[in-house]
Write a protein that binds this ligand. Structure first.
Ligand code: SF4
Ligand code: SF4
Length: 340
């Protein structure tokens, strides 16, 4: 993989210009995707000068989405993380929780759900601990729509956050722990883009984000919504949903929202990463907050009354700003669903 990076880079600098972390002022120590992923391995430089940089990456994949040589930059940055190991307090806390609970955050929620069926709803660590309304809401809505959905009694972290901080051995261990639990479902659905992509890589069954499940399996004709008082919503595009699961998911989100009377989706003038991914909310919380503030300010400028995000990580980080209401898209849809 590294040889492709080394051979293919034409030093155009497009990735540096696109990188949302590199563009943030006051973080001069982040050296950008080209330096981290391409130049350091190419010239075998002394890497200690870069030691913080890989851990500042939000794994948004904007860099590789614009790279004319289509180089796998994000993967190379994550390899650098593995090289440096778990440096941060946040990373060590995640590992400690994995050892104790099998999840990156201590379990907190008790969901009301069947424990068997055909569609396994995977709550994910952050959904369980920080945005349980998105999980419970999705399950309630799907049950009302006649879906045989269930949450298993036991489940473990999908491994995505551990992969992002470079803890490869933990990822393998979690995959093994989850295999018997997840392998019995006909289909796995989750509200978290990180869980969706991670489970897609490691599962033999279909794994869908809840937006895909609503649109492709339930089908739009069966979705009915009550109207709401006029509201302008800014729809945030989560990096891991758009660039890992696929851009079609945001088309689904826009089409569903467009069918709800009273809801007006408005465009933000600066689409981009909220700073909530790649473990940076734990390792560099001030930087993550600064990135979230840029998104919230863009939504306010556009006249939004609320931000909707189909990702619990984005919801948690955007809420830290506090200047505008932020909701998980699934929880918002559940409130307006006539299928309950
Ligand atoms: S994945 Fe995103 S944050 Fe990381 S180097 Fe690429 S553009 Fe920058
Ligand atoms: S965009 Fe791709 S080719 Fe251009 S500098 Fe970055 S890694 Fe190299």
């Amino acid at each position: 993989m590294m040889s492709r990076i080394e051979d293919g880079c034409i030093k155009c600098g497009t990735c540096q210009n696109a990188c949302p972390v590199f563009r943030i002022e006051n973080y001069p120590y982040f050296q950008g995707p080209r330096r981290i992923a391409v130049e350091a391995p190419r010239f075998s430089r002394e890497l200690t000068s870069l030691s913080d940089s890989p851990h500042m990456c939000t794994s948004c994949a904007l860099c590789e989405s614009v790279c004319p040589s289509r180089l796998p930059i994000t993967e190379a940055v994550l390899k650098m993380r593995t090289h440096y190991g778990i440096e941060s307090e946040g990373g060590r806390r995640m590992i400690s929780n994995i050892n104790q609970y099998g999840r990156t955050i201590a379990p907190t929620s008790k969901f009301t759900s069947p424990v068997s069926g055909s569609t396994l709803f995977f709550p994910g660590c952050i959904g369980d601990a920080r945005v349980p309304s998105a999980v419970q809401g999705a399950v309630d809505m799907l049950i009302a729509l006649g879906d045989q959905v269930y949450i298993p009694n036991e489940w473990y972290c999908c491994g995505s956050p551990l992969e992002k901080i470079g803890a490869k051995s933990e990822v393998d261990r979690l995959q093994e722990m989850n295999s018997a639990i997840l392998g019995t479902a006909e289909r796995i659905v989750t509200a978290c883009p990180g869980c969706t992509f991670q489970l897609q890589k490691n599962s033999n069954v279909d794994v869908l984000h809840v937006l895909e499940h609503l649109f492709e399996v339930i089908t739009p004709s069966r979705l009915r919504w009550r109207s709401t008082n006029p509201i302008n919503v800014a729809l945030h595009s989560p990096c891991h949903l758009v660039r890992s699961v696929g851009p079609h998911t945001m088309d689904y989100a826009r089409e569903i929202l467009g069918s709800i009377a009273g809801v007006r989706v408005i465009d933000m003038d600066d689409e981009g990463c909220c700073g909530g991914g790649g473990g940076v909310t734990s390792t560099f919380p001030e930087m993550a907050l600064k990135m979230a503030r840029l998104r919230v300010e863009s939504a306010i400028r556009a006249g939004a009354h609320m931000i909707l995000a189909p990702c619990p990580f984005c919801v948690v980080n955007l809420r830290r700003v506090g200047d505008l209401e932020v909701k998980d898209l699934t929880a918002f849809l559940t409130e307006l669903s006539l299928c309950r």
